[in-house]
Design a protein around this ligand. Structure first.
Ligand SMILES: [Ca+2]
Ligand SMILES: [Ca+2]
Length: 461
């Protein structure tokens, strides 16, 4: 996740740099037009979970599916994308001024490394747990094993550990179910050494290593526990790192999907886009690091709200556009598909014959997230402003140089329909990859999994 976040922001910032470099140098000193960037965080309830994707647990319940909370699966990063990965160096998060937050302590690791004033800590030499009531998608009828007291979050507490594949055993990533469903004799959570057909349990610290290595292992595990153990912790740490190196050459704002959905533009819940100098940066980090998961996933209405803000149609949120040639970007983060807020009123926006693949929606579904993004991309969102935005070509019915919103998305744990791995593994023709991606890019059909003859419509691409 961290790598993805950093790389996507890097792409965005590189494009900013390329655009500003096109302008005459004489205008850069005082009249530089800064790009607007609105960051939207997914603050839905599932962001509190310590597993990814959702299928790691038995929800929703497919027939015959094993709940990996009771097996090795929840406790290995190969099966659970959020779990501790010994190959990852878990850096402490950034402060807005560029300094690092303190490392977490193995013997007193914060339950939530971002919770100001929290005294809730755990001695990971004996009080570690893979998940608890809050992080394991636990509802009253779904909780297992429920062996602790509510004050201890209901989890079995043991020495820190992870499961590693035995030497010579390969992980079948295309069919992870059998291996991730393995479990040892006795309890999955115990301090005893244990193994299964594929896996060996590795304790932290590893007593066979030198003292120096053990110290590094403990710090790395403690940092993961306090700063990366759940989806929201991981998002805070990675977004905080990605937005640390940019400064007041940009104008940056902060919002969350549920507050945008509710039109909650109070100063505690919404940060207007402004120069990303020290004051704005401090406010941005304070809001990011204090985000609390809860509620649904109204992605479409959230993105629509930011589109309306850029269009000058949300008076309570202010108007971030200062110049007719200003560029507008939105970075939307999410851990899943929308499940609320299906009333954006956008309709069908991405089926016209002059919209190319992969943006074109052959199924012509109405009011998808892509329709919302396309609505604010293809049209002139400020009809009263002259169309002089540099680098904006005519597109669909939109004129060259029009004001628009560009949308970037950061998805946690979603496969979607554009799986590069599947597209690459299924053919030999040198152009097969491009063709198959084009087939799959016809939203909603999953043509790639059907007969190739059904894909003839995009053979010519
Ligand atoms: Ca559509
Ligand atoms: Ca215009």
């Amino acid at each position: 996740m961290k790598i993805i976040a950093l790389s996507i922001l890097s792409i965005s910032l590189n494009s900013f740099a390329a655009q500003t470099a096109d302008k005459p140098l004489s205008t850069l000193s005082t009249g530089d037009v800064k790009p607007n960037v609105m960051f939207i965080i997914d603050d839905s309830g599932s962001m509190a979970w310590s597993h990814m994707p959702d299928d790691v647990v038995n929800w929703p319940t497919p027939a015959g599916r094993v709940d990996w909370r009771n097996t090795v699966g929840y406790r290995s990063s190969l099966c659970n994308g959020v779990y501790y990965n010994p190959e990852t160096n878990y850096l402490p998060p950034k402060n807005p001024n560029g300094t690092d937050r303190p490392n977490s302590s193995f013997n007193a690791a914060w339950y939530d490394g971002f919770s100001a004033g929290s005294t809730s800590t755990h001695d990971l030499s004996k009080e570690f747990f893979a998940y608890d009531r809050r992080t394991g998608y636990v509802s009253p009828g779904n909780w297992k094993p429920d062996v602790g007291t509510p004050g201890e979050q209901g989890a079995t507490k043991v020495q820190a550990f992870y499961w590693a594949l035995k030497s010579g055993i390969a992980f079948d990533k295309n069919n992870p179910g059998p291996q991730c469903s393995e479990y040892p004799r006795g309890s999955i959570d115990s301090n005893a050494a244990a193994s299964t057909n594929s896996w060996t349990k590795v304790l932290i610290p590893d007593a066979t290593q030198t003292a120096a290595v053990q110290a590094m292992q403990k710090t790395n595990f403690a940092n993961w526990f306090s700063y990366y153990r759940t989806r929201i912790l991981m998002m805070k740490s990675s977004a905080g790192a990605a937005f640390n190196s940019i400064g007041d050459r940009y104008r940056v704002g902060f919002s969350s999907i549920n507050n945008l959905h509710s039109n909650n533009y109070t100063s505690q819940k919404f940060l207007k886009i402004d120069n990303y100098a020290s004051t704005q940066k401090a406010a941005w980090y304070a809001m990011l690091y204090s985000t609390t998961p809860g509620g649904g996933t109204p992605l479409k209405t959230a993105l629509n709200a930011v589109g309306r803000i850029y269009s000058g149609q949300e008076s309570k949120a202010g108007d971030p556009m200062q110049y007719t040639c200003q560029q507008n970007f939105t970075i939307l983060t999410t851990d899943g598909y929308w499940n609320a807020g299906n009333n954006a009123g956008i309709g069908k926006q991405d089926n016209a014959s002059n919209i190319p693949y992969p943006m074109k929606d052959d199924t012509n579904k109405s009011e998808t997230l892509a329709d919302v993004a396309m609505y604010y991309f293809k049209r002139d969102i400020r009809p009263t402003m002259n169309n002089n935005v540099p680098g904006i070509d005519a597109f669909a019915d939109g004129p060259k140089g029009r004001q628009l919103m560009r949308t970037y998305t950061l998805g946690l744990g979603m496969d979607g329909q554009l799986k590069r791995s599947e597209a690459q593994s299924s053919g030999r023709h040198p152009n097969h990859h491009r063709r198959s991606m084009a087939c799959r890019s016809q939203w909603g059909r999953r043509l790639f999994q059907r007969k190739r003859s059904q894909c003839r419509g995009c053979r010519a691409i």
